[in-house]
Design a protein around this ligand. Sequence first.
Ligand SMILES: NC(=O)c1ccc[n+]([C@@H]2O[C@H](COP(=O)([O-])OP(=O)(O)OC[C@H]3O[C@@H](n4cnc5c(N)ncnc54)[C@H](O)[C@@H]3O)[C@@H](O)[C@H]2O)c1
Length: 458
Amino acid sequence: MTPEKKILCIGAGYVGGPTMAVIAHKCPDYQVTVVDINPERIDQWNSDSLPIFEPGLDPIVKRARGRNLFFSTDIEKGIRENDIIFVSVNTPTKTFGVGSGMAADLQYWEKTARQILEHSDAPKIIIEKSTLPVKTAQAMERILTTNHKKVRFDVLSNPEFLAEGTAVRDLEKPDRVLIGAHRTPEGKKAQDVLVDIYTRWVPRDRILTCDIWSSELSKLVSNAFLAQRVSSINAVSALCEKTDADITQVARAVGMDGRIGNRFLNASVGFGGSCFQKDILNLVYLCRHYGLHEAADYWEGVIRINDHQKNRFVFNMLNAMFNTLANKKICMFGFAFKADTGDTRESPAIFISKKLLEEKAALVITDPKALPNARIDLRGIDQNVRYVEDPYEAVAGTHAIAVLTEWGLYRTLDYQKIFDAMVQPAFIFDGRNILDHNALFEIGFNVYPIGKPALTHF
Ligand SMILES: NC(=O)c1ccc[n+]([C@@H]2O[C@H](COP(=O)([O-])OP(=O)(O)OC[C@H]3O[C@@H](n4cnc5c(N)ncnc54)[C@H](O)[C@@H]3O)[C@@H](O)[C@H]2O)c1
């Protein structure tokens, strides 16, 4: 049977894999192919153990794979045989040259554009799924229109708003889908093709259409707003610690105001993940490029507070543990940047580990999904690090626990058993405010939450 639509996605990462799996799942009459330059990643997508952990992803992939979902390294063939092409390659922060440490590194993006051009003989719709600076579609169009073959390309922007850890749920029931297209008859025609795909499972009033530049910018701004809420509440948490106020009470009172809302108001050790920092830096770079230095400074402040929060966490540990961590053993509960993912990119745990190792502490890291990535992140500096999957085994003989990821499992452990296995006096630094602090104090722990008075036995 000929498929109703043939879709390609270039980039089989945290976005490309789940997004295409959900399209294949929702539209069994479409043929969906995901390609990547990384053969190991493709092998994993074709195996029993997928390269990323996302709740609910395994069954969807396994049902659709080989039926209408395919993973391959043959990018050229993919481009030749598909007329709808999503591009979901990585767009990290540039680490060299002009804009180093701020601007997006678009080399993977441009390479893809040139590859699409080289291997296309028929009209194609190209969809930006990666998060990109405003006006990237224009650059892509310029590359694509320098062709002698006279092939027609329509470029759309369709930024992805999924959050890792809830990717499948977010893709199946998105708050909104955003599609940016040129406001020309051809642009609208291309836009309708994409709208058609999403309306298979997303209510039409949740699919927003707009011009390309607004679409590109909306993604950067959404992430900047989310990160700004985290930094705002974290800035207040520092003040709470100085004034004996309680950040949970403050957040509850503030969040019950319907104009503010209660989500993303949990104080913590700081935000991580591959997107927030990168996208804010990108926004800052754009503002500076256009001479909007006050706007740039404003957004940069969000990152400064995040860095400050991570530094404060380490400083509080040092201060509480008698101003020396040398030769002390610290158990880190969690290494992933958030719960329900194995992803550790920009995880606060990386920063904290490095600082603690500089203080000459020994670390035992435990995490249900992120230990393979933790080993990579700390490669070369982990002579004093052990990686232990079982939290009870991990805490044995340690002086302190630092909770760095809000995994549900850490709420339900037997903390009396843990206390008994630790060196006394035992400390807990709850970087996610997920534990029952009074109960821990009753057991005998010295407890240091974020943004609340410490509970100590001294
Ligand atoms: N991770 C998230 O939660 C998330 C959410 C929304 C948007 N985004 C954005 O989506 C984009 C992808 O993010 P990700 O987390 O999936 O990245 P990722 O690093 O997990 O995946 C990107 C993949 O692209 C592949 N790739 C790079 N260049 C290629 C090329 N020329 N041809 C074929 N494959 C190539 C890489 O090998 C990699 O497997 C980024 O722009 C990111 O900002 C990410």
